[in-house]
Ligand binder design. Sequence first.
Ligand SMILES: *[C@@H]1O[C@H](CO)[C@@H](O)[C@H](O)[C@H]1NC(C)=O
Ligand SMILES: *[C@@H]1O[C@H](CO)[C@@H](O)[C@H](O)[C@H]1NC(C)=O
Length: 412
Amino acid sequence: MDVYHLIYFTFISLSSAKMAVKFFGTHLYLFLLILSSYSYQSSAATNYNVLIFGAKGNGVTDSNQAFSKAWAAACGSTEPATIYVPKGRYLLGSMAFKGDCKNSDITIRIDGTLVAPSDYHVLGKSDNWLSFERVSGVSIIGGALDAKGTALWNCKAKGTNCPNGATTLSFTNSNNVKINGLLSLNSQMFHIVINGCQNVHVERIKVVAAGDSPNTDGVHVQLSRNVNIMSSSIKTGDDCISIGPGTKNLWIEHVTCGPGHGISIGSLAKDMDEEGVQNVTVKNTTFIGTQNGLRIKSWARPSKGFVQGIRFLDAVMRNVQNPIIIDQNYCPHNLNCPGQVSGIQINDVTYQNIRGTSATPVAIKLDCSTKYPCKGIRLHNVNLKYLNQLAQSSCSNVIGKELGMGQPNDCL
Ligand SMILES: *[C@@H]1O[C@H](CO)[C@@H](O)[C@H](O)[C@H]1NC(C)=O
Ligand SMILES: *[C@@H]1O[C@H](CO)[C@@H](O)[C@H](O)[C@H]1NC(C)=O
């Protein structure tokens, strides 16, 4: 190589190195810019304020269309999305939030109150007020749902031609659901229903309805797995939490119930082909003036259903009519079950550290199926008083044992 070529090549390689630095420098900057805006977008999820879609928080303007549009936008977003409901009262009729969304991270953050129409017929003919179907990764944070159920309860009390009424909030065939800090007020029928779902976390909810309101269960769970209900207060007219067929891996902790009918597994054996209830833990619960505390209830009818692996731990009863009850002879009005026995096999149920007061002399009633006696029933440190004396217990068709402090007339 002669000198001329050497200089030439040096020049070429130097200038291409310079260009390379220049190229990467500029593009690195651009690249970082794109990266940062991308991560900015994905951390601060796309926000849809219902006011932008025309919702009015004045309590009188129907906001159904606005909420539908906000849901369509959030559901159609390929990125995590938040629907925001600011303070105010939003009038909403029956609404379905349908799934198969483009993302699986939708938060509905509510600072306001959703109110049902005053005329109970409007919701009354639907099964649900707000229903979520086939959704994945939906969280409802905060907010109040005022279903205005009182007028319908009054209608039902008079026994005139009344509609059934709507469940306030339902999740069906959905996964990874969170409900946190929600208040449900005066539902027409059940307050919250979890049906056919997996991985549901309910926390810090408040349910309020009159103690004599009909069928206003607080939370109803069925055909669902891995559901947690934590740190909540439920005052209502029917079951605090009702647990239907096909419930598996349910964890209830730190819940206060009352007024109402307490926490109930059942009613089961309504149908012949029914899935079992298994692995339920009910822990650190308080019952105040409820009809029942911890109940398992089945119709006196044949069924393939069962109850297996239930732990009732650390409960306080205050003036509860039936603190501990298994009733396998449920047959209201003696219709469709006289002379039949329950097909539900109840097995492996622990009552541990249950204390407080009963409103009736018999605090423990275990009335099991003659054909399938209850098995593996354990009472461990159960200490219930009636008028300052140890309360009584009664058992039929039960196999099990008592440990620690038990009842005076040990019926196991
Ligand atoms: C029972 O359910 C709990 C959640 O409630 C879960 O952690 C546990 O693994 C389940 N046990 C079995 C045997 O499936
Ligand atoms: C629930 O747990 C809390 C904190 O551990 C305790 O103070 C309270 O007495 C418990 N309540 C019941 C009903 O066991």
